[in-house]
Ligand binder design. Sequence first.
Ligand code: SAH
Ligand code: SF4
Length: 410
Amino acid sequence: MSSAVVVSSENLDGQQQSSSTPASPAAEKVNLLGMSRAQLEKFFEDIGEKKFRAGQVMKWIHQYFVTDFAEMTNISGKLRAKLEQICEIKAPEVVHRHYSKDGTRKWVFRVGEGAGSLVETVLIPAEDKTGLRKTLCISSQVGCALDCSFCSTGKQGFQRDLTPDEIIGQLWMANYSYMEEVPVAERERSVTNVVMMGMGEPLLNYDAVLSSMHIMLDDFAYGMSKRRVTLSTSGVVPKIDQLAKDIDVALAISLHAPNDELRNELVPINKKYPLAQLIAACQRYIAKDGNESARKHVTIEYVMLEGVNDQPEHAQQMIKLLKNLPSKINLIPFNPFPHAPYGRSSRNRIISFQKTLSDAGFVCTIRQTRGDDIDAACGQLVGQVADRTRRAEQWQKKVTQRQEILRTQG
Ligand code: SAH
Ligand code: SF4
């Protein structure tokens, strides 16, 4: 490590502790963390070096979690010194982290000044037939402009797009959190799956998200299987077509309502791209060439809101809507947040909704609500940390005012 900053964190028992995380040298240096292989190759050529250095450096960054050029032992001392001078490998600053007893891990990153510049990342472990899965839910924007009525991120408004460093930095940090104490030569990648389901609408930050997903799939970086990288969208139709041309990853659609009237209310982007257009785009996304693709089906996400979209007629409308779309449906129990205008559907209601869809031949699962103990739903932890930060800022302001009064009086 070239240097370190102290961050606040909580251990397994929820106790505060201090820990170190890699920090940055000088601000003007070029950050290599978010560069795709093509970009890194160009970078090395531009500084008069061979482009195969790109692959070497990528491995050090994304497979061995090394941020200090001095540790890159297959690179000459002269080049290492040059890199040290002009570039850096810098993940976003962790301002809060929580490792739950059930294995869930959460981080809040600061990506700018003030209480509004925070994003969150959640890691959820689960056992399945292929072994232990560690799924990381990554944010793509600070806030979100689309204002879905049941979403805490939407209520925070849109601040800005994340850069590729900040997007891939979330994956880097989650892997690094398991490797911190492990010698460099023995380090390995722990996160098995990525879902772009954190804060923000990934298709509205298209270029940065695309280049980050290329790094996820690259064998010189994370080498993830394309079926284990999922992009979730509320339905930015033209960008779904663009995505189909640019990369082969799994697609999830935040449907949440089976008719336009209700969807206009819950997911306002539906007014621009109504259901018929959205379903047609999903059909185009499905690969024509079969089994090897990540695009054999789309995942349909459906948040269960009590008395709003969970009635038997909604299940029947879903069956009609999805009948010509290879899809798997995931029912998500609503995660309440302060002042949310909805309640979570009862367990029985969710199970009977699932049964109707399963009986009609759909694969339909119910999302487990683990991680609730640390507010695992989109945007909610950030809401809490932002509140605390705002309170701390207000407190600081009061202290400064008080000092000013005392100074003028004295
Ligand atoms: N903007 C993208 C990805 C981020 S939202 C999208 O909308 O798909 C990720 C998922 O979390 C979406 O399916 C979203 O609808 C869901 N979600 C948002 N708020 C929620 C809440 N309070 N309870 C349960 N799921 C929620
Ligand atoms: Fe944005 Fe997705 Fe939340 Fe809708 S559900 S406001 S698109 S983050």
